[in-house]
Design a protein around this ligand. Structure first.
Ligand code: SF4
Ligand code: SF4
Length: 397
């Protein structure tokens, strides 16, 4: 479908059209010094004229010198908090007259969210969680219902952040699918005043809104300007990650002593996993009231950085910090491929920004991969030109 050009006021029309269809609008807003996801009353609650400065262990919101509505990337929240909530009651039960338990009816209404401003990396992340929760033999019914009800308004990224590396992961800065509508924000000539938007339709229900949004068909030069901004954004990522041969390199590096370095700094706080849009580990918690007459089970987010997550048969499997950091990094970038057929990382950079110890996944993995490559090269050299001697220096235990 042809690209349309909208004025900034069309965002109000979009919000109104979605609300009339019964959606709860969720998007970026400024709260407590961060750009977070929350329910939005209108387009004026977007962080107009704000952006973020991000680096390893560092996040600040700062003023822009324009009125951009989407002039930032991703903050501490991920959309999973609405599709796979941090806490979800699974059942409630009450003791009955015979001393047994009776399950209570659980009032349940699936929320209908319209996600406003979903970045391409996060669209990929939602797709990855779709595979996790709905792609196997056991479908998560709550996730399935929330996902089916969700309307996605994407925003292609023209302002990559300091810890972004979606271009390396092939997940951005343009979203090619997975949205109902997609916007590209284009600043006005000279940068002052309101931006305009290029609008693409990605689904039938997205197309049904067009008549209510106004605008006109975009000219070729306007589309070219949007494309130029996205191409330019791909070259301005704050981080890069060379993924060539990475899965194999990580598989060969489980015994690399370099894992000790991030492990020595890691606080096992779990921030990286909670902020990550693809991490899905959870636990269940059973509670009763003091009388013992009432019980309930709640599913809560968990993290592979906790000892409890791998606790089986009298103890945790991954007792050392090194084993937990290695498990997380190798699962994200290597074994996730075997399990789900994709990488578990979309290059959003949240784990880097929100790590209080400033541990940088791209840096750690690059060093490990280079070490694995050096080992492989040395081994190859030994095969082609045998030399006397024992174990090589650098073959870490
Ligand atoms: S591992 Fe880090 S960069 Fe990759 S998707 Fe998760 S939070 Fe984003
Ligand atoms: S955020 Fe950093 S310190 Fe916390 S568990 Fe993750 S790697 Fe460790």
């Amino acid at each position: 479908m042809a690209v349309r050009r909208l004025e900034a006021a069309a965002l109000d029309a979009l919000f109104g059209a979605l609300r009339r269809r019964g959606y709860t609008l969720v998007g970026h807003t400024l709260h407590d010094g961060a750009i977070v996801y929350d329910e939005l009353g209108g387009a004026d609650e977007l962080p107009i004229g704000w952006t973020e400065v991000q680096d390893a262990g560092h996040y600040r919101v700062v003023r822009r010198d324009d009125a951009a509505r989407f002039g930032y990337t991703v903050g501490p929240h991920a959309w999973k908090r609405f599709l796979h909530p941090p806490a979800l009651r699974l059942w409630r039960a009450e003791r009955d007259a015979d001393g047994g338990f009776e399950l209570l009816d659980e009032p349940h209404e699936t929320p209908r969210y319209a996600f406003i401003g979903v970045r391409p990396c996060d669209i990929k992340a939602i797709g990855i969680q779709d595979r996790v929760f709905m792609g196997g033999a056991h479908v998560d019914l709550d996730y399935q219902a929330r996902r089916a009800a969700a309307f996605v308004v994407a925003v292609h990224c023209t302002e990559p952040g300091g810890t972004c590396f979606c271009a390396s992961m092939g997940t951005g800065p343009r979203a090619n699918a997975g949205f109902d509508l997609a916007l590209t924000e284009v600043p006005p000539p000279g940068g002052r005043g309101d931006p305009s938007y290029l609008l693409e339709v990605g689904s039938e229900r997205g197309g049904e809104l067009l008549a209510e949004l106004g605008g006109r068909p975009a000219r070729d030069d306007e589309i070219a300007e949007g494309d130029r901004r996205l191409t330019e954004a791909a070259g301005r990522m704050g981080r890069t990650l060379d993924t060539h041969g990475l899965v194999e390199a990580l598989r060969r590096s489980l015994d690399n002593s370099r894992w000790e370095e991030p492990a020595a700094r890691c606080l096992a706080c779990g921030n990286c996993t909670l902020a990550c849009p693809t991490c899905f580990c959870n636990t269940v918690e059973d509670t009763t009231d003091l009388t013992g007459a009432f019980a309930e089970r709640t599913r809560r987010w968990d993290s592979c950085f906790t000892l409890d997550l791998s606790y089986i048969h009298g103890g945790p499997v991954r007792t050392s910090m090194k084993s937990r950091y290695r498990q997380w990094a190798t699962h994200k970038l290597a074994t996730w491929q075997e399990q789900f057929g994709t990488s578990g990382c979309v290059g959003c950079g949240r784990c880097i920004t929100w790590c209080p110890a400033a541990i940088d996944l791209t840096e750690e993995v690059a060093v490990i991969a280079a070490s694995a490559q050096a080992r492989a090269t040395r081994r190859q050299a030994r095969v082609t030109q045998p030399v006397a001697g024992g174990k090589e220096a650098g073959d870490a235990a």
